[in-house]
Design a binder for this molecule. Structure first.
Ligand code: GLC
Length: 435
């Protein structure tokens, strides 16, 4: 019960920013004529028509680290072999940016290769603005009551829906219970303690994950990326410099290994599972894997919400994925049917139980097996409650690149935190000027 309440309430708040900003190009109505994008948004087939689909559905998705994509595809193929319908997985790289690049290249070439794409919530505004996704409003409206409000906000642009929520995400602090008695309450305390023990690992490589990791500290410190109306960069602020300085000092004094500047989610998880670090910042999926046979820290770690920034507050970043249908798909019916089955409450439940992927369907949190599999529901609750959306914009990829490339340069010791954020500021202003 409580799971459902918390997810509904807190995610609803986190999603508002998305709705408010829209894609920057539409007028908020469904039948507008201003701009090219609205005319470029054909509708997905109805579920009824989709049930007659045949042929192949190619599901494009980032590296199937947990194994959830493969499980869905096997199940789909068992169920539909008789009607001559099968799904196959096209695995993209691990990094969120490279997944985006792979999809963008295909869409720019109007390729029909991806029927379904597991899209990071953060790139939805761009994909819709480009007219690359089928409009799934009718389908989503019929199921809207099932989903947590903010996850629906991540598929919505101009009051229409362009995908179905798959999972939601918020960063957690993983810590070794055999080394730490009580998780630190501030980032500063965390860094001090990490320096005196086996350190902290996180996602410091030059990619989307670092934007998330940096903004978690920056937002907690009171910083922002854009002004309230989205028209100006505010990344070059004393709050953001303080956040970046803490991260840079952490590498200088050994609280974090230098290697974090090359780490994405999986290298950090592997280091933590090998027992090499006292702390790790990662997403919930690492919980299930950390407790599997073969993990050296099985049963010797726990998770906590991300700590506060001294003298400021707590924050986090909301992540997650949506299934979308490519407008160039030659099998939109098969794609629709695949998405319908893969996003059912039963599959949400299975993903939570087997892979610790946070459900997007509120009722799933009430399930007894889900409660057993996610014993950190209270911590997840707080993590999600303090999480904020990344800036919503069709030029978000450029904004994020400006952040992670310069933050990575500072972490690698090439520039000072001040110069890194001044450069990021100029690049964000440039990106904003392009639309
Ligand atoms: C996770 C999040 C996603 C984020 C990515 C960054 O997959 O769900 O939203 O962009 O990590 O690496």
């Amino acid at each position: 019960m409580r799971g459902r309440t918390f997810m509904t309430v807190v995610l609803a708040g986190a999603g508002l920013a998305l709705a408010a900003c829209g894609d920057g190009g539409g007028d908020g109505g469904g039948d507008d004529t201003a701009g090219a994008a609205p005319a470029e948004r054909p509708a997905a087939p109805t579920l009824e028509d989709a049930r007659r689909a045949e042929g192949t559905v190619t599901v494009c998705a980032g590296k199937d680290t947990a194994g959830d994509q493969r499980a869905l595809i096997d199940r789909f193929n068992e169920r539909h072999a008789a009607q001559g319908l099968r799904a196959k997985l096209l695995e993209f790289p691990e990094s969120a940016d490279e997944q985006r690049t792979q999809f963008v290249q295909r869409q720019e070439a109007r390729s029909s290769e991806c029927d379904v794409f597991k899209a990071d919530t953060v790139f939805m505004a761009e994909f819709v603005a480009q007219g690359w996704l089928l409009d799934m409003t009718e389908y989503v409206e019929a199921r809207a009551h099932e989903f947590i409000a903010s996850t629906l906000q991540t598929v919505a642009v101009d009051g229409r829906s362009f995908g179905v929520p798959y999972d939601t995400d918020a960063g957690l602090l993983f810590y070794r219970t055999d080394q730490v008695t009580r998780p630190p309450s501030t980032w500063q305390e965390l860094y001090r303690d990490a320096a005196s023990k086996d350190g902290i690992v996180y996602q410091g490589a030059s990619y989307e994950g670092l934007t998330c990791d940096f903004l978690e500290l920056a937002f907690a410190a009171g910083g922002e990326v854009l002004s309230d109306d989205g028209s100006r960069s505010e990344v070059d602020s004393p709050e953001n410099v303080a956040a970046l300085r803490l991260m840079v000092d952490g590498i200088d004094d050994g609280a974090a290994p230098k290697a974090v500047t090359t780490y994405m989610e999986e290298p950090s998880r592997r280091a933590f599972e090998l027992g090499k670090a006292t702390y790790m910042r990662n997403w919930p999926y690492a919980y299930a894997l950390g407790n599997m046979t073969g993990s050296k820290i099985r049963g010797r770690f726990d998770v906590a919400p991300l700590p506060a920034f001294e003298g400021a507050g707590n924050a986090g970043i909301l992540g997650g994925k949506n299934y979308v249908i490519s407008r160039y798909s030659e099998n939109p019916g098969g794609a629709m049917l695949f998405i319908d089955e893969a996003t059912s409450a039963a599959m949400n439940r299975q993903r939570a139980v087997e892979y610790a992927l946070a459900p997007v369907i509120g009722a799933v949190y009430d399930d007894a097996a889900v409660k057993r599999a996610l014993p950190f529901a209270a911590e997840l609750e707080q993590a999600v409650a303090q999480a904020r959306a990344r800036p919503v914009s069709p030029v978000y990829p450029q904004i994020s690149q400006a952040i992670y490339k310069n933050v990575n340069a500072a972490l690698s010791g090439q520039v000072s935190p001040e110069d890194a954020l001044a450069d990021a500021d100029a690049q964000i202003e440039q990106a904003l000027a392009t639309f």
